[in-house]
Design a protein around this ligand. Structure first.
Ligand code: IPE
Ligand code: IPE
Ligand code: MG
Length: 235
């Protein structure tokens, strides 16, 4: 079986999952956060090297304050736990997105975790927090423009590769497979540049119910795809 090197996941459906059980949306987020660890372990066991999880979008600030607060608290506590388990699981953790909008305390915690886990070479886990692909590209363009204006780079040196290196996903290969749970079939501003040639897999299973078996099913579907990259033979 072909194992994708990089799997990106839009973990969706926490709220609807909870509502169906007669529970508040935030209960869905708590259970969804627990599931991140389950899927990380399953991915690592299957030999996946990179996993990128969409945890909070630049648009998610539009949700009610109590939900935003609960999500931030859960993310902070998830990352605190990661700090303890990263070495045990040989996991390198990075956060993508505009972290400058997060609380000082949270930013410090993220920087420490990234530094602490940077030599681990098992699973590479990227967590997207305050991430929006359009925002990421605008930040990249600003940084690139600055380098051109300051004379550090010439306009004619700008290439796809150079641009990629200004993105938050610098040094991370493009995803081979994108999974979105819970029935929606859209990208919601996720990795628009990086997903140019990825395979897409949509499932009705809500995120809190998406476990090892569901991940295996997605990998099986991926194996039936014929990737061409615009040519005629698979790369
Ligand atoms: C995914 O679940 C988690 C985040 C977007 C933070 P949702 O909160 O989007 O759940 P639904 O889609 O409303 O069911
Ligand atoms: C996308 O899910 C963002 C995350 C999973 C963090 P949303 O639930 O926010 O997306 P829409 O609003 O349904 O497009
Ligand atoms: Mg949703």
């Amino acid at each position: 079986m072909k194992i994708p090197q990089h799997v990106a996941i839009i973990l969706d459906g926490n709220g609807r999952w909870a509502k169906k059980k007669g529970m508040p949306r935030n209960y869905g987020h708590t259970m969804g956060a627990k599931n991140v660890e389950v899927v990380c372990k399953a991915a690592h066991d299957m030999g996946i090297k990179y996993l990128t999880m969409y945890a909070f979008s630049t648009e998610n600030w539009n949700r009610p304050k109590n939900e935003v607060d609960a999500l931030m608290k859960l993310l902070e506590s998830y990352l605190k736990n990661c700090d303890r388990t990263a070495d045990k699981n040989n996991m390198r953790v990075r956060v993508i997105g505009d972290t400058s909008k997060l609380s000082e305390k949270f930013q410090k915690q993220i920087a420490e975790l990234e530094e602490h886990s940077k030599h681990n070479d098992g699973l590479n886990l990227q967590i997207a927090i305050n991430y929006g692909s359009r925002d990421e590209m605008i930040r990249a363009m600003r940084a690139m423009t600055k380098d051109v204006v300051n004379g550090n780079m010439k306009e004619e040196d700008i290439s796809e590769e150079v641009f990629s290196n200004y993105l938050d996903t610098k040094d991370i290969p493009d995803p081979d497979l994108l999974i979105r749970t819970s029935g929606e079939q859209r990208l919601s501003n996720y990795l628009l540049w990086q997903l140019a040639y990825s395979e897409f897999y949509f499932t009705d299973v809500p995120w809190p119910d998406f476990h090892k078996e569901e991940l295996e099913e997605a990998i099986l579907a991926y194996n039936k795809r014929d990737r061409r990259f615009g040519g005629l033979t698979e790369k």
